[in-house]
Design a protein around this ligand. Sequence first.
Ligand SMILES: Cc1cc2nc3c(=O)[nH]c(=O)nc-3n(C[C@H](O)[C@H](O)[C@H](O)COP(=O)(O)O)c2cc1C
Length: 195
Amino acid sequence: MDTVNIKVILGSTRQGRFSEKPGNWILGELQKRSDVSAELLDLRDYQMPFFDEPVSPSYKQEEYKNEAVERWRNKVKEADGFIVIAPEYNHGYPAVLKNAFDYVYPEWNKKAIGFISYGSAMGARSVEQLREVAVELQLAPIRNAIHMPYDVLVATGKGTPEAEIFTPYAERTTGLVDQLLWWTKALKEARQKSA
Ligand SMILES: Cc1cc2nc3c(=O)[nH]c(=O)nc-3n(C[C@H](O)[C@H](O)[C@H](O)COP(=O)(O)O)c2cc1C
């Protein structure tokens, strides 16, 4: 099979965010795989208004008038699978991430998605909620995930090198990526067969 296209989505856009650190790190790990073409999607580069379309994206046929939304839709479309860096805001996930999910529908369908989170409860509440959203988008959320404690934020604040922060997660990274690729390849083959 050809390479699979995995997009890493940064789930936060605020100034001084942490998400770009695990995002860049997992991107590097994906780029070590010969069977993967990986790209980081930064929602800062897709300045989409709060959802204001007249129809649900599940019925949308034509191009979006908003240039950023159309670019976003095309990026989701070219992906075979996703890893979302999922911060936890007030026991949920950031609004900017939900807006990005809501703008697209068929382009998410029948693709695998995995999660990396962090926070006081290791971001687990955010990820569990995202799994429910993913099912409605006909994404296939995988079991393996990486959940990091608040300590990683404290360590970053103290200037601990990123390699030192993320190296302890090497084994979990292998587990996450292996499982994501299994589902991604299986679903890509199934999509191609039913096309
Ligand atoms: C609006 C807001 C709400 C937050 N709520 C939570 C929370 O419910 N649970 C948690 O563990 N951390 C919470 N935090 C702390 C975040 O885990 C921490 O700021 C983290 O760096 C956020 O991710 P980001 O840096 O990628 O934006 C919150 C932070 C913000 C800005």
